[in-house]
Ligand binder design. Structure first.
Ligand code: HAM
Length: 425
């Protein structure tokens, strides 16, 4: 009966595209972020934190109304005050908003590192989630192409630090300056207008709104028509060409391996000049580990001064799926066992004393001694520290090493130094 089934407790499901992480997997994500942050410090990046939600306008005005990330994928809602709020789909727009609202432009140049959850209503699959973590950097206030080089050098060093360089590839392209893109856009529209009816509905819409995005189309027919379309590299201005040549020369000088990919256009609208991605073939369809580029007009577009910017963000889950060897160093665990009920409180105190001295300890209270030794072995403890009536009377602790069975009565006063010695040996 309907009523009966609805009165049964239901399994509480999680929303599609979200994940739960436990133990080493949860820890690995944090370790990856911390390692990247440390590499970032070598390049002078300082931490920045911005809110997880912003006024929707921040994303609409920065990422472009026509980008998928804004038009189809945002989590947007009216809050109780009637303001339109969006959960951040990426970090750049929020950092730029913070720069403007706090007047940080006085302190330029600035190099900022952030990490945290992002939200996109995408179709979930391996490596693509609706809530995911990014770690990212933004270098603000430097117009020089060598800032792009430094940014990519940092990205590559993060990949190397995680041991992923043999599975990863840096691809770069130039979208040129505004003049280059306007000329290219005009040429694209001229090329596609007579072919309009053959384009996919999505691309037909893009033709008037943002023709550059047609280059991103996955539609097979569109792809065929794209083979002979006007290329951006043929429309780059002299300035853009020189800029891109300097970027390439810089990367070559640093021995950072890269390939040119003229099809790389990126899904967000704010890019100018350099765009880049670090991709892998090891993750299937979602192989972009990290992506970024230069966004010189973005700060003014959001109402701030003219400030140059370049940055990137990496998907932490994607890095974590590959860098499975990243793990916290294992601690040498000690299992403290009271031999009788009267020794429980003294054993608790001993455990606390050792933890305060930075020993990893587990207090094992339940079950007979045999069971507790089995538990200690399961926890991979190095030694059992047994405390009973006679040990308390003699102010000693009975220490039994689990691997060898070797046993010793150690005076309490010497215990910490003795353990440290033995564990380091
Ligand atoms: P993006 O290409 O949209 O760029 O995202 C950067 C990275 O975030 C991707 O390469 C991918 O690793 C990860 N990512 C994106 N969407 C998902 C998802 N649904 N699930 C899992 N991982 C995902 C940006 O966000 C720009 N803000 C990067 C940037 C910073 N450009 C300049 N500065």
């Amino acid at each position: 009966m309907e009523n009966q089934s609805s009165s049964k407790p239901k399994t509480v499901a999680s929303p599609r595209g979200t994940q739960d992480f436990l133990g080493t997997e949860a820890e690995r994500k944090n370790l990856i972020i911390e390692r990247a942050r440390k590499v970032g410090r070598l390049y002078g990046y300082q931490a920045v934190e911005t809110p997880i939600f912003e006024f929707s306008e921040v994303f609409h005005r920065s990422m472009g109304e026509t980008s998928d990330a804004v038009s189809k994928e945002t989590y947007t809602f009216l809050d109780r005050g009637g303001d339109s709020i969006t959960l951040r789909p990426e970090g750049t727009a929020g950092v730029v908003r913070a720069l403007i609202s706090n007047g940080w432009a006085q302190h330029l140049p600035m190099k900022l590192f952030y990490s945290g959850p992002m939200f996109r209503y995408e179709r979930p699959q391996k490596g693509r989630y609706r809530q995911f973590d990014q770690l990212g950097v933004e270098s603000l206030g430097t117009q020089d192409p060598l800032a792009d080089v430094e940014c990519m050098a940092l990205a590559w060093q993060i990949i190397e630090d995680l041991g992923l360089q043999n599975q990863a590839k840096l691809e770069i392209n130039s979208l040129g300056d505004r003049t280059s893109r306007d000329a290219h856009r005009e040429a694209l529209v001229k090329y596609f207008l007579p072919l309009q009816s053959q384009l996919s509905p999505d691309s037909q819409a893009r033709l008037t709104r943002n023709p550059l995005r047609i280059l991103d189309s996955k539609d097979i027919n569109d792809r065929k028509l794209l083979e002979n379309c006007p290329r951006l590299e043929d429309h780059l201005t002299e300035t853009s060409r020189t800029f891109f040549a300097q970027v390439q020369a810089g990367l070559a000088a640093l021995n950072i391996p890269f390939t040119l990919n003229s099809r790389l256009v990126r899904g967000l609208d704010y890019y100018t000049h350099t765009v880049f991605e670090i991709t892998t073939e090891a993750l299937g369809a979602q192989g972009t580990l990290l992506a970024g580029g230069r966004y010189d007009g973005l700060v003014s577009q959001l109402g701030g001064p003219e400030v140059a910017g370049v940055g990137f963000a990496a998907g932490v889950e994607r890095l974590s799926l590959l860098a499975t060897q990243v793990a916290a160093p294992t601690l040498s665990l000690l299992a403290v066992m009271p031999a009788d009920p009267a020794s429980q409180i003294p054993a608790l105190a001993l455990t606390q004393e050792l933890r305060n001295a930075s020993f990893a300890c587990e207090l094992l209270l339940s079950g007979n001694m045999g069971k507790r030794f089995a538990k200690a072995a399961k926890l991979n403890a190095k030694a059992a520290l047994i405390l009973g009536e006679s040990e308390i009377a003699n102010t000693t602790v009975a220490v039994k090493w689990l691997a060898t069975g070797e046993q010793a009565a150690v005076p309490r006063a010497e215990l910490q130094a003795w353990l440290k010695n033995k564990l380091n040996a």
